[in-house]
Design a protein around this ligand. Sequence first.
Ligand SMILES: C[S@@+](CC[C@H](N)C(=O)[O-])C[C@H]1O[C@@H](n2cnc3c(N)ncnc32)[C@H](O)[C@@H]1O
Length: 202
Amino acid sequence: MNQEFWDARYGEHEAVWSGRPNGALTVEASGLRPGQALDVGCGEGGDALWLAAAGWRVTATDISRVALERAAERANGADIAWVHGDLAAEPPSPRTFDLVSALYFPLPKNNPEAARGLIDSVAAGGILLYVGHDLSGFDADDHDHDWDGPDPRDYFTPADVAELLDVEWEIEVNEARPRVDTPEVSAHFVNDLVLRARRVRS
Ligand SMILES: C[S@@+](CC[C@H](N)C(=O)[O-])C[C@H]1O[C@@H](n2cnc3c(N)ncnc32)[C@H](O)[C@@H]1O
């Protein structure tokens, strides 16, 4: 899934996502003290906008220029750094962010270096929030739902990411639970897998 794929996906509709922040983000980040946040695969910017409104200094990255332009337009001047980039090719700055948030981000299993780069970008004391769809019961060949993308089983799950965390990390949440405020477009995914971990030692 390269830039062409995502630009085409965003280009098909005026808005692909709901525009609202993801429920898992609002649940997990509401109690955190704001600092510097990285929203990886920010899409149309719903999460980045919510974080900025909650007092975070936000860097929001995406491989799709179409998505980033749309997000910046919607932000209406909100102080967010919108950065175009391919996380699978260029890791974010190491040990920089108090919150690294990757929600429904397609991190390819065949690129563990990218996963390590993501993990490494969390500062001492910071949080990694990695949320994916619970794929139990999901059949990529079942055409009753409108999924037309690549097989989601090819991407790192929160449990896969948890396995990469070493003794510097404390896992605070690692569970499946019902998705909060599910957007229509992904209604076939009813449960989230949520990993929230803190870098407690460095
Ligand atoms: C499923 S969407 C999720 C968007 C947003 N996080 C949300 O929950 O609404 C995945 C996003 O990741 C972006 N993306 C995919 N591969 C990427 C990569 N290698 N580097 C940066 N962004 C990427 C896509 O353009 C897309 O916006």
